[in-house]
Structure formats: C-alpha cells, structure tokens
Write a protein that binds this ligand. Sequence first.
Ligand code: GLY
Ligand code: MN
Ligand code: MN
Length: 462
Amino acid sequence: MFKKEVYTDRRSRLKKEVKSGVGLFLGNVDAAFNYPANQYHFRQDSHFLYFFGLQNPGFAGVIDFDNGKDYIFGNDFDIDDIIWMGVQPKVKDLAAKAGIENTAAYGELAKFIADAKYQGRDIHYLPAYRGETVIELSQLLGLANADVKPGASVELIKAVVRLKEIKSEEEIAEIEKAIDIAYEMHTTSMKMAMPGVVEQKIAGTIEGISLALGGPVSFPIILSQDGQTLHNHNHSNILEVGRMMVTDAGAETRECYASDITRTVPVGGKFNERQAEIYQIVLDANMGAIAAIKPGIKYRDVHFIAARIIIEGLKKAGLMKGDTDEALKAEAHTLFMPHGLGHQMGMDVHDMEGFGEDYVGYDENTRRATTFGTAYLRLGKELKPGLVLTVEPGIYFIPDLIDQFRSEGKFMDFVNYDKLETYKDFGGIRIEDDILVTQEGNRVLGKPIPKTIAEVETLMAR
Ligand code: GLY
Ligand code: MN
Ligand code: MN
C-alpha cells in the first residue's frame, strides 16, 4: 500500500470533479473456483484499490461529495476467520492507513444507501464486471439486475478517467517493477524456445516467474508458434524449427499494476531470411511509432504511422504493391494487422476498459472508426504527459482471412495474393513495449528486453 496521503489526495481530487451525491465503490468479494470454500486468488477491484488502497475482500468505500466525508464499510475478522486465516488488523486500523476515520460494519451500508436514496441524492457507481457486484448493486439500489449497467454514473466514469489516466511517480515506479518482472519472463521464454519443447512448459515456467517475483500474470499468457491467432491461449504445440514463437505476457505487482510485453522469436534461435525480413518490418513499425509519441499527437495518427511502415515494408518484401497512400486510405494493411496499435495501461492491463473503451481511449475530438481492423484500435485520442500506453504492431498471416479477402476481391490493387499464398505457414509476429508519454516526448519503461535481431539471437545462443 502507498502512504495514506496518496489515497487522501486521490479522493480529494475526485471530490473536485464530482459535484454532488454519494460515490459508492464496491470492492471485490472472494470468488468460488469449483466449490464455495475453494476460491480464486483474490484480486481487488482496481478502482476501489485506487481510491481506498485496501486489498481485503468484502469491503465497500463511500465518498460523500456533499460534505466531503469518506467511509469504509467492512467486517472485522471473527474467531472462526482468525483460526483459519490468522489475526488481521481491525477495519478501523486498515481504514486509517487510507486516511479514513469513518468505518462501519458491512451490514450498515444498505441503510446508508437507503437513507441517501430517500433524501433524493444521486448514488454514483462505476460499471460492474462481476456477477456478484451486479447482484449487490441491484440489492443496495433497488434495481433490477438488467438496470444496473445502464445506471452507472457517466459523470463518475469521466471523472475517474481524468484522474487515473495520468500516472503519478509512484505508479510509474510500480509499472516499471511489473516490466522488470516481465523482463525475466520474456528472456526465460526466449531461451526456452527450442525445437521439441512443448509450449505449455514455457508458459507455465514464466507464469511461475510472475508469481515468484510479484503477483499473478496481468492477463492469461498468450504463447504460441501459431502467432497468427492473436490471443492464442492454447499451449499444446511442440516447437519446430522454421516457426516463430509469440510470447505476449505481463505481470502484476503487489499493488496490482500491470506490464504487457510481447516478443517473437525464431524457434531454435536463428532467424531465417524470410523471418528476418518480416520481423524487421514489425520492429521498424514498433520503433517508428515509439519515436512519434509525444504530447499533442493523436494516437490514431501514431497507429497509421506504424501502418505506413508496414505497407512500405511489405511492398519491399513483394507482398503488397501499389501506391502507399492509397493502400493506407483503403486500410489494406488490416489484412496483415487486423488490430489496433495499443491501449492505455495501469492497474488494468487494458486500463479502465470496463468503463467502455470510448470513455477511455477516445474523446469529443476523436471518434472511433467503424472500419474492419481499425475499429479494434482501443486508443485514438490526443496524447498528454502522464499517459502510459502500449505500442504493439504486428504482421500476421491468417490463412482464413487471406482466403476470405481474396475471394471477395478485396485489396486486389494492393496485395500480391499469389506470393502471399506461400506465407500461409508463417504464423505471426508482434512486438510490444510499454511507454510513458512525457513533456518532452516519451520514455520506454522498464529494463530493455532484447528486441533487435542481433539482440534476440545473442540471448538465445546463451
Ligand atoms: N495482452 C493483450 C494485449 O496486448 O493487448
Ligand atoms: Mn500484450
Ligand atoms: Mn497490449
């Protein structure tokens, strides 16, 4: 937990943003795995954690925007809890660590909310993403389950985004800790990417590194020599020379800040000519996009800078053709990169995505595209200092997509389909880094993880 001033400061800034009413922040509860007493690892709700700092299940925080008071509702451990889980600090002492004096048993929350409702006050809450939270909100607020989602407070969502998207020094330090754990995960994955090894062995090993050095992984590990499947969680392949292995993985720190890094390596440790050519295009897109990141530029424009580099590179490789500007306008690159360049990152690996990406990655001046591929761009708005985001270009050879676009006669002026047929066994490549937008431009966060061809081959030769 950070020092208590961090949390009092966050709440007082939120009080300046929300005019009146009551802010209700339900922390997470323990969730059953396969029977009630066998539970998943507890993960606190990121927004409760941001404002109240406590990693205890079954707590709620309340901010009264009219009189400025903060409350924690939660139950002290009873003797049964103590027998099984040990002595725990009292709720009062925990709340004091977050700078909060007012505490009550969890059961008092229903009356508190009912009184506020009776007085006609607005109850602001954030969108829920767990069934337990939806049910609890429905009971506290007297809403049907189906009415909980549309009842979330847009005023609170927008205020929380304004605060949380600008990362403080202690948050950046946490994110860099998470990336340094990812360094160990990724360099281990690279060294293990040898022919005959089953992917699951590598995925399990690096998940263990995350747990040993920090917390759980920040999202389920993506690791496969079938990297053309963007979010491949199937780790059953046996690695073969001639394939490229994608590892997209990150860790959480104890304070639940994330990293999200991707590296792609040739199985066995030596790039062949074809692999090196495509890899270098993705690397150029990654580095070209990073070089363009600075306050004032729209991330959508950075996305298209990467797309242009990919088109130019694929033209040199003989896989695309025609006028680059026209190809870019037609979005012909989406056959090869059918996803966005990146997203914001914080406690949630896709930061605050549960609010709805358009509240987080877009604004009044930047609306989301609806075209194939570009619609998946989670972040499009103008950048400002303090944002942390990912840059993750890729080139993928997806046989079904190639077949579909070819049969539809799509991008015929820009894609050399005959040559592309010979790449259907290639797989995919993605290279992802985590970036802080600074006053001057940007900083690539964390200890650098090998990514040039020479760096990757040198590491894998060890
Ligand atoms: N780990 C999923 C992503 O890169 O967004
Ligand atoms: Mn990723
Ligand atoms: Mn990512």
